[in-house]
Write a protein that binds this ligand. Structure first.
Ligand code: FES
Length: 79
């Protein structure tokens, strides 16, 4: 399985809406970061789907190396 691509070495802050689903790009190849655009096809990666419990700002991982996908856990600081 290939390595995930580092989309950026920082999280993506994004407003999410309560009850809406979001597909976080795990492979790093999506052109619509931090969300999936289907580019993971044939990479062995799959997006991580979440349903927002409330409307708020979340910080999706941009480096794709987080230990708590789909959210940033600070791992990007040591890459
Ligand atoms: S952006 Fe990946 S851990 Fe922070």
């Amino acid at each position: 399985m290939p390595e995930s691509v580092i989309a950026q070495r920082a999280p993506f802050a994004m407003e999410v809406e309560a009850g809406r689903k979001y597909a976080w790009c795990a492979c790093g190849r999506s052109a619509t970061q931090p969300l999936c655009d289907g580019s993971h096809k044939d990479t062995g990666f799959s997006p991580v789907i979440i349903k927002a419990e409330r409307s708020e700002t979340v910080y999706f991982c941009g480096c794709k190396r987080t230990g708590s996908a789909p959210f940033c856990d600070g791992t990007h600081k040591v890459l």
